[in-house]
Design a protein around this ligand. Structure first.
Ligand code: SF4
Length: 273
């Protein structure tokens, strides 16, 4: 089945979709090969969009009941640091250096006073080690100087910290402080557009457009659901549509292989390794 959504992957008018799904599991991840029948598009009301978006989130929640951040951390400072370090590398690599890093520098004060060459050596396996070391030194110094050595729990304070953008701030708020936040990374933005939830490409606009479709309390888990699905099934290239549990509600069904056997081979059972 071809892509019915046009070049942006988003059907402008919105649509109603139907198609039988068959539940199953692939490598511990629930997957469902679909013989999906996508009817001709009809206008989707705002209420319909909200219902469909929430249905997709519910099904993704059932698909990934353990969805959470894939970065290891013990406290807000660790999560802030590992999130900054995760740029341009994998969570797995960051998790591997974490024990050494925080054994040497357990808090902002210790990290701010770190010997640059030693810190560069620890974060070296992550790539961009000079820039990352610089970020950690500046970030830790700002926490000590401006926040008494604590990680602030407000978005407006977090985004003023060196090297901390809105995405990182929302990760920290949602996962270390339990304050709902939407994390718009590359996966979240791509899936939100494929789902027809928004056509925006600017992350802040995506955050606001998608946030308006959901209860605030659901924002953090919603972020995990989309990111997990993007990493495992709905890849940038060749999404595994034939093994997708939310194919029934996705206007972009058909962007990737719909044959269940072909699609199953595309499913990754771990995050970005
Ligand atoms: S894998 Fe295919 S059907 Fe599933 S969400 Fe992505 S584009 Fe839609």
């Amino acid at each position: 089945m071809g892509n019915l959504t046009g070049s942006t992957g988003v059907r402008k008018s919105g649509a109603r979709w139907s198609g039988p799904g068959i539940g199953g599991r692939i490598g511990g991840v629930r997957a469902a090969p679909y013989a999906c029948a996508v009817p001709a598009p009809v206008t989707e009301t705002r209420t319909g969009l909200v219902r469909r978006a929430r249905k997709i989130d519910r099904v993704l929640g059932e698909t990934y009941p353990d969805a959470k951040t894939e970065l290891d951390f013990d406290d807000p400072f660790q999560l802030l640091v590992v999130t900054v370090l995760s740029a341009q590398t994998t969570d797995k690599r960051v998790n591997a250096v974490r024990p050494t890093l925080f054994a040497a520098y357990p808090d902002p004060k210790a990290m701010a006073a770190a010997d640059r060459a030693t810190l560069e050596g620890i974060v070296g396996p992550l790539g961009f080690f000079r820039a990352k070391t610089e970020s950690l030194l500046k970030l830790s110094a700002a926490l000590v100087t401006d926040h008494g050595g604590q990680v602030p729990a407000r978005l407006e304070d977090l985004v003023k910290l060196p090297g901390v953008g809105r995405k990182t701030a929302n990760v920290v708020l949602g996962n270390a402080f339990g304050i709902p936040g939407i994390t718009v990374d590359t996966h979240f933005g791509r899936l939100a557009r494929r789902f027809g939830w928004t056509e925006e490409t600017d992350p802040v606009k995506v955050e606001h457009a998608v946030g308006a479709l959901f209860e605030k309390r659901d924002w953090t888990l919603l972020s995990h659901h989309l990111i997990w699905h993007g990493r495992r099934v709905c890849h940038s290239q060749k999404p595994a549509c034939g093994a997708c549990t939310v194919a029934k509600w996705c206007p972009s069904y058909g962007e990737g292989p719909t044959d269940p056997e072909v699609a199953a081979k595309l499913v990754k059972t771990e995050g970005r390794a």
